[in-house]
Design a protein around this ligand. Structure first.
Ligand SMILES: [Zn+2]
Length: 65
């Protein structure tokens, strides 16, 4: 696994979990400029939910941007 962290040039949501015992890690960068990171399964789940509700494809569903 290389460096898959999203950047402004490659917006998106990336989740990684190096082993079943390790906490999940998530990072997200949106084309609108928002970015977020989370560590831990619960936090990553919240990150994903918030991201899908407010960013990423949500922007295409008639958001203000
Ligand atoms: Zn956004």
């Amino acid at each position: 696994m290389g460096d898959l962290t999203p950047t402004r040039d490659r917006p998106g949501l990336h989740i990684s979990k190096s082993s079943p015992e390790a906490p999940a890690r998530g990072s997200a960068v949106c084309h609108c400029g928002a970015s977020a990171t989370a560590t831990g399964d619960a936090q990553v789940r919240l990150l994903v939910q918030g991201w899908e509700a407010n960013h990423g494809t949500a922007h295409a569903k008639g958001g203000s941007q």
